[in-house]
Design a protein around this ligand. Structure first.
Ligand code: NAP
Length: 533
């Protein structure tokens, strides 16, 4: 029995779109299933006010087409969601990718058919697709989570999770609004909506170390200059650990004088983007003392920027150091708390008891709202994979295999799940998303091409492969302070019973090393990959 398709991709976001492009280029029969009615993934769903990049726009675009680089003009260093969504549509139209996508189709299960050696992929509306290869490109921050606060379902006002922000404009002017959460999403939305709402109450459980984005417009002249420098920019991104333009400073914070240290931190604080996180002294993310000094520096900045000293203290993280959780990049976040219409409720001081029909009840207060916003994040990294019933050989479930933490080979292959190639999942080389996704898609596409050319029906990894890679990833993660802290980066979600303990979820050897490893595997005839086992 022949399957309907050669390659079935799940997800039409940044990675999935490029996977369609590569698969079409090989002349294969491809289909992409997408839950949303439109393309974009993250950049379709997260359309809340203030949503924008925090990697430089001109490092985020696809690099596979010189024409595309030449044709697209970014208008801001950190483009808003609307521009990114437009960009992805421009790409999809230019390369005719939409005709391969089945929209409004949510995948519920994927099962490997051992008799016929193909995947059977089913959607919630009862369709079934058969495909030789199965490429889940479902994203690491796409499975939104609601808070496990009693009574969420009883609220009678309007409520939105930031990830499911409506397509239509939401009129927040003059409204009493509550927001739960203070992660990167909330840090973008709070200053933006504080400009229009009548009153905003922010419920904070854990403050984060936020640093200034310093976004600015790109003039046509500067865009021309950027276009002229794309080769250098992209090469620089290839060389840095996270594929940003920023790379770790070779000096240690503890080795330089206090004056030199503070001057450097002032400089980083005044510069745009992730330099302060990705381009800091080499010991800031690994040495407790260096990290504490950096955190003290930022605490000083918060105290300078927030007028009320009590509010400032609430906004200073006490239980984790700078950069050990994902650093939110802000545009006037701290100043928002100087406004008369913005109130910060620290739920450690006044515990959140329930959500009721009018709003939120804490131990000491009742807060009534017109609109309640849940900026409560995601079941990150593995969540979107686990929400699909993925069944490999002999009824084995991916969710069970990963219950104690992910195990993969290169973050791409999983034993007993033949011909499933994960694109941008746990233990893969993550970083500046498009930069790293392009590599993953190309590696997967070459493997597919090889299997087809060599007429290998079944491609799988081995126990040795999974052990080698998992041990390698875990050992690289030792000593990184971030791996000791509970956050989405360590797979922790306090709303989910099974996601309470930090685990090493991300490859932390830097993308150049990841590429070197994967290139070598390929050069060695796909070491630890077995064909037709
Ligand atoms: P997040 O960082 O996980 O933050 C979720 C927030 O909700 C946290 O403050 C969390 O508190 C709070 N929360 C969750 N459940 C709660 C509950 N039951 N009671 C009270 N508070 C609760 O999620 P996010 O802000 O959506 O960001 C996730 C990631 O998406 C970011 O780190 C970033 O990588 C990405 N992102 C990127 C951009 C961009 O590129 N520009 C923008 C936004 C987001 P605790 O911390 O105490 O759990």
């Amino acid at each position: 029995m022949t399957p309907d398709l050669d390659v079935l991709i799940v997800g039409a976001g940044v990675a999935g779109l490029y996977q369609i492009y590569q698969t079409k280029k090989m002349g294969l029969r491809v289909k992409c299933l997408e839950t949303a009615p439109k393309i974009g993934g993250t950049w379709y769903w997260n359309r809340y006010p203030g949503a924008r990049f925090d990697s430089e726009s001109w490092t985020y675009g696809y690099s596979f087409s010189k024409d595309l680089l030449e044709e697209w003009d970014w208008t801001e260093d950190f483009a808003p969601q609307t521009e990114t969504e437009k960009y992805l549509n421009f790409v999809a139209d230019k390369f005719d990718l939409k005709s391969s996508i089945e929209f409004n189709t949510q995948v519920s299960s994927a099962k490997y058919n051992e008799e016929h050696d193909f995947w059977e992929i089913r959607s919630t509306d009862g369709k079934c697709f058969t495909s030789r290869f199965f490429v889940p490109a479902v994203g690491i921050l796409s499975a939104a989570v609601m808070p496990n606060i009693p009574g969420v379902e009883t609220y009678k006002g309007i409520s939105y999770h930031t990830h499911k922000w409506p397509q239509k404009d939401v009129d927040l002017s003059g409204k009493k609004v509550g927001i739960i959460g203070t992660g990167a999403t909330a840090v973008q939305i709070i200053p933006e909506i504080s400009k229009v709402v009548d009153h905003l109450t922010v419920f904070q459980r854990t403050p984060n170390w936020c640093t200034p984005l310093h976004n600015k417009k790109i003039s046509p002249e500067r865009m021309r200059e950027i276009k002229g420098n794309y080769d250098e920019i992209l090469e620089l991104c290839r060389q840095t650990p996270g594929c940003y333009i920023h790379s770790t400073d070779p000096r240690a914070a503890l080795e330089v004088s206090e004056r030199e240290r503070l001057e450097f931190w002032e400089k980083l604080y005044g510069e745009p983007g992730f330099g302060i996180w990705q381009g800091n002294f080499k010991d800031v993310l690994t040495d407790r003392k260096a990290n504490a000094l950096m955190s003290d520096f930022l605490a000083g900045k918060i105290r300078e920027r927030v007028k009320d000293p009590v509010v400032a203290e609430r906004l200073i993280p006490k239980c984790h150091g700078f950069g050990t959780r994902r650093v939110p990049q802000e545009s006037g976040y701290y100043e928002a708390f100087n406004k008369d219409n913005v109130e910060l409720v620290d739920i450690n001081e006044d515990p959140l008891k329930e959500i009721n029909e009018n709003g939120v009840r804490t131990e000491n207060n009742q807060f009534d709202f017109d609109i309640l916003i849940y900026a409560t994040g995601f079941d990150a990294i593995t969540g979107a994979f686990e929400r699909i019933h993925i069944e490999g050989l002999e009824g084995k479930l991916l969710k069970d295999l990963w219950s104690d933490g992910p195990v993969t080979y290169l973050g791409v292959l999983v034993k007993d799940f033949p011909n499933m190639f994960i694109c941008m999942g746990p233990h893969s080389g993550l970083g500046n998303y498009t930069r790293t996704a392009e590599y993953s898609v190309e590696w997967v596409s070459e493997l597919i091409e090889y299997a087809i050319q060599e007429d290998k029906k079944k491609v799988e990894t081995t126990d040795e492969g999974m052990d080698e890679w998992t041990d390698h990833v875990l050992s690289l993660g030792v000593g990184l302070l971030a791996n000791e802290v509970g956050s989405w980066m360590t797979g922790v979600n306090r709303n989910l019973e099974t996601k309470q303990k930090p685990k090493i979820m991300r490859y932390s050897g830097g993308h150049p090393a990841y590429r070197e490893f994967c290139d070598k595997v390929k050069a060695e005839g796909y070491r630890n990959v077995v064909f037709n086992p």
